[in-house]
Write a protein that binds this ligand. Structure first.
Ligand SMILES: Nc1ncnc2c1ncn2[C@@H]1O[C@H](COP(=O)(O)OP(=O)(O)O)[C@@H](O)[C@H]1O
Length: 351
């Protein structure tokens, strides 16, 4: 009798060309490009003092991206089928968990960056001080610590030995491990949706403020939005551009699709009796495609540093011995003393 679509007859097997060839190639590209860009970004940030919330948050994202990039080779070896059983178990127990940890660290810092950009837009001249910066550093440590605490049981409870060489990560989980995996995914969904709301609300407020600023500037016949200093001093021109929406675009492209795909996939892992194997395979592939988009974030983040962080650009140009005005054709402010937009970080604006 023919067995319809089981894991061994091939029709429902995860080990198809998508998993064994396409994704390993795509992840290799991310590893090479993202690895190089993030190593450079880490090198640049290493030389920038943490003098604003924005820089503290970006530094956390660069650390998360570097760690995430290190997990790619393990996934490539595991998916392409050249890894030993031991290495594939390591992927399920450790490197995938690290991958998810860094993904949610990035999501949380994206939320904080949006709040910070919003604060800078609405109250451009509100400064900061050493105590507030220290609080942001403690908050960063708390975010890493609590996410790590949430994820560690996923390592510990992935303790079963594989019954066959064709195992899935969920096969290695104890009963409690499967439950915890489900809980973590619920908590992570909440983290994601709360941050999505924060990002959308903040960028709606930023858009409104930009619109008001532009109208004011047009009425005065100026070429850009104008911000006056609190003491009524010389008005400072904001070089506002679409760059500020990069954070929003990256957040939507990289994280939204995965969080839609993750819900049915987690159900198919923890309540697999509800799904036939074709549907399970479909949800798995949808999860893998959207997971690659989340990984793409590690490659796109360096664009955010470049376009939105003036200290990053200035330091990068100095390291590469490139003239500061090189990218002025991109509408980017250059030099330490340019009073640039509070939407992007500027040394002169004191962010
Ligand atoms: N949001 C998350 N946070 C932390 N760990 C996670 C998260 N989602 C999944 N994991 C862990 O990562 C490993 C791989 O999970 P998953 O991607 O669901 O499996 P598979 O690779 O079989 O599709 C498992 O140990 C799982 O518990």
């Amino acid at each position: 009798m023919e067995v319809p679509f089981n894991h061994t007859n091939g029709s429902c097997s995860r080990d198809n060309i998508l998993k064994a060839v396409v994704f390993p190639v795509l992840y290799s590209v991310l590893f090479l490009l993202g690895g190089a860009l993030n190593a450079l970004a880490a090198w640049v940030f290493f030389r920038i003092p943490s003098r604003s919330y924005f820089i503290i948050y970006l530094k956390n994202i660069v650390v998360a991206d570097v760690v995430m990039t290190f997990t790619f080779p393990f996934k490539i070896l595991s998916d392409s089928g050249v890894a030993s059983v031991g290495l594939r178990v390591f992927v399920c127990r450790v490197s995938s968990v690290l991958f998810y940890l860094t993904m949610y660290v990035s999501i949380l810092f994206f939320g904080l960056i949006s709040i910070d950009r919003c604060r800078k837009t609405l109250w451009p001249f509100r400064g900061t001080n050493a105590a507030r910066l220290t609080r942001r550093k403690l908050l960063s440590g708390a975010i890493w610590g609590s996410l790590l605490a949430l994820c560690i049981p996923n390592v510990v409870l992935t303790s079963r030995t594989p019954a066959s060489p064709r195992f899935k990560c969920s096969d290695l989980k104890t009963e409690a491990g499967l439950r915890w995996h489900e809980v973590v995914n619920h908590v992570c969904q909440v983290i994601f949706w709360v941050n999505l709301v924060a990002v959308v609300v903040c960028y709606a407020l930023i858009t409104k403020e930009l619109y008001v600023s532009y109208s004011r500037a047009r009425n005065r016949g100026a070429g850009g939005a104008v911000a006056t200093t609190p003491g009524g001093g010389k008005p400072r021109k904001r070089s506002v551009s679409g760059n500020v929406f990069l954070v929003l675009a990256v957040f939507f492209v990289c994280f939204v699709p995965f969080h839609f795909a993750r819900v049915p996939y987690t159900m198919s892992q923890t309540r697999d009796f509800l799904f036939d194997c074709r549907l399970k395979l479909f949800f798995f592939q949808l999860k893998e495609i959207t997971l690659w988009l989340t990984s793409l974030n590690s490659l796109l983040d360096p664009l955010i540093y470049f376009f939105l962080c003036q200290s990053f650009r200035t330091t990068l140009f100095r390291i590469l011995r490139v003239a500061p005005g090189t990218c002025s054709w991109l509408g980017l402010a250059s030099g330490e003393n340019t009073a640039s937009t509070p939407l992007g970080e500027s040394a002169a604006a004191g962010v």
